[in-house]
Design a protein around this ligand. Structure first.
Ligand SMILES: Cc1cc2nc3c(=O)[nH]c(=O)nc-3n(C[C@H](O)[C@H](O)[C@H](O)COP(=O)(O)O)c2cc1C
Length: 165
């Protein structure tokens, strides 16, 4: 993979999350977990290039993102949509997702990604915030997205590296 400036990343950020999806991965080769995400954002905050991700409390991946300083966002070609569907349907508590999907876990800059990814963004956690319903101005957000009150935690990661194939 080739290291690039995040500003040289091709593609539309909204489409990257909403249409392409990504894997959020955190941990080490011996102890990591990954899950599919389609809610997220990239942009600028506090004079840093950042990514925002949103993780519900019941996700196994949350334990790893909480524990680790780094997480990665890995984007794949369309041919891996089936693998991402698996990683978004089943938990790492019950399955070895790499074994089930054939994805190859690889270390990158002190975190983990997969050899098959076409773009990897390595992020350092710099802030986190519980999403609280008191902050919803559009009250439909609560009823449409949180019928069981499992509010996301938002993690803001400073982009420390970006790689593409
Ligand atoms: C397309 C897609 C997008 C998803 N986006 C998110 C997300 O942004 N945040 C989240 O908490 N869960 C999201 N999920 C659900 C998790 O990926 C799913 O619950 C997964 O099985 C969690 O795995 P884990 O328990 O191993 O962490 C998404 C699932 C799919 C299929």
């Amino acid at each position: 993979m080739q290291k690039i400036d995040i500003k040289a990343l091709q593609g539309n950020a909204v489409s990257l999350f909403d249409d392409k999806w990504c894997l959020i991965t955190a941990g080490t080769k011996d102890s990591y977990n990954t899950m599919t995400a389609s809610w997220g954002a990239m942009g600028e905050l506090w004079n840093k290039d950042v990514c925002f991700i949103f993780i519900r409390p019941q996700r196994y991946t949350k334990e790893f993102v909480e524990r680790e300083e780094l997480f990665t966002l890995s984007f794949f070609g369309q041919e891996y949509k089936k693998a991402l569907t698996f990683c978004g349907r089943y938990s790492g508590r019950d399955y070895d997702k790499a074994k089930e999907t054939g994805l190859t876990p690889v270390e990158i800059d002190g975190s983990m990604t997969f050899g098959e990814s076409e773009t990897v963004i390595v992020c350092k956690k710099i802030a986190q915030q519980e999403i609280a319903p008191a902050g919803f101005i559009d009250k439909d957000i609560d009823s449409k997205n949180y019928p069981t009150k499992d509010y996301h935690t938002m993690y803001i990661g400073e982009v420390i590296a970006c790689y593409t194939k």
